[in-house]
Design a protein around this ligand. Sequence first.
Ligand code: SF4
Length: 352
Amino acid sequence: MKILLANPRGFCAGVYMAINVVDELLAVCPGEPIYVYHEIVHNRHVVERFRQQGVQFIEAIEEVPTGSIVVFSAHGVSPLVRAQARARNLLAIDATCPLVTKVHAEAIRFAKRGWQILLVGHREHQEVVGTRGEAPESIQVVESPADIPHLHIKDPSKLIYLTQTTLSLDDAALVIRALKQAFPEIKEPPTSDICYATTNRQTAVRAIAPRAQLVLVVGSKNSSNSVRLTEIAQNDGTQARLIDDASELQAAWFDGVETLLLTAGASAPEDLVHAVIAELITRFGGEVEQVDVFDERVEFGLPASLRNLLRARGRETEGRRITLDRERDTAEFLAANNIPHHTVALTIGQSK
Ligand code: SF4
C-alpha cells in the first residue's frame, strides 16, 4: 500500500504552545495542583496523558481552590471566566492561541465602536463561547444561512462578520456569501479569522485526496478541525475515517485500497500518526510518500503569564521559543523503522 503523508498535518503552533505551557508548569511546580479550564486542546490522548501526571481538568472556575494555578486552554475564555478566576485569587496562566486572541480583539474593537458582530461558527464550541463573551450584547452567532432570517440588525451599515478559527473554508464561504446577500454593506474582518493551520491542512487534503481511495484523519471526535478534514475529503468524493489512534483501524476499510492519504487534525500528536503508519506497514507492507503542500514555520513564544511565573521561580525565560520540528521527527521515525519513503514537493504556499 502507498501511504500519502500530508504535510502539514497535526500540531499547529497554538496547540503545541498550549501543551508546552502545561508541561512547563508540571516541571516548575512539582507537587502543586494544576487545574486546566476545559480540555487544554481537543485530543483525548493529550488530555489523558496530563491526567495521568496529576493535572485536573475542570468545567467551572468554582471547582478550583482559592489561590491555585489555573490554565486557560488554547480555545480561549470569556472575560467572565477571567473575572471569576481573579475573584478566587487564582494564578491564571493563559494558554489561549494568539490567533484566537486576535478574533477576541476584533470583537472588542468593533463592539466598542457600536458595531454589531455576526460570529460565524459553532454555537457550543469553546472558542465561540469565549469570543461571544467579549461583547454578548453586540455579537450574534451564525451557524448556517438558516440563522440569517432570525438575526436582529439595527443598522446594516455598522455590521461586521468574524469567524471561528477552525471552520471548514467551504462551509464558512457558504455562510459568508449568504450574509453578503442579506446585508450587502457587511464588513469583512481585517484579515481572515480562519487560521493558517486550518487553511493549510484543509488545502493539503483537498490537493492530495483525489489520488487516494481512503483518507485517514488522526484526531478526536470533539476536534473541530479534525472533523472538518474528514468532511472535506468526503465532500470531494473520497471515503474518510476519523480515528483517535491505530487501535481503531478496521480491516474492512482497506478492501481495494492501494493508495491512502494520512493526515491529522491540529490537536493530534505526531506519535499517534507514526503508530498508524507502523500498523499499516505491518499489515499491508508498502511505502510512505510525504507530500509537501505548505511550508509551515509558525511558532509562538511563551505566554506572558507563564514567563512571569517562571521568572518568579528563578527560571530563565529570555529568548525562549516553542519550536516544533515535524519533518525531523518523521524522518527519524521512518529511518528507525526501515520504512521505505520519499518526498514529493507540491508546495503551493508558505506560513511563517
Ligand atoms: S487551530 Fe489555529 S487557532 Fe486553533 S490553536 Fe491552532 S493555530 Fe491557533
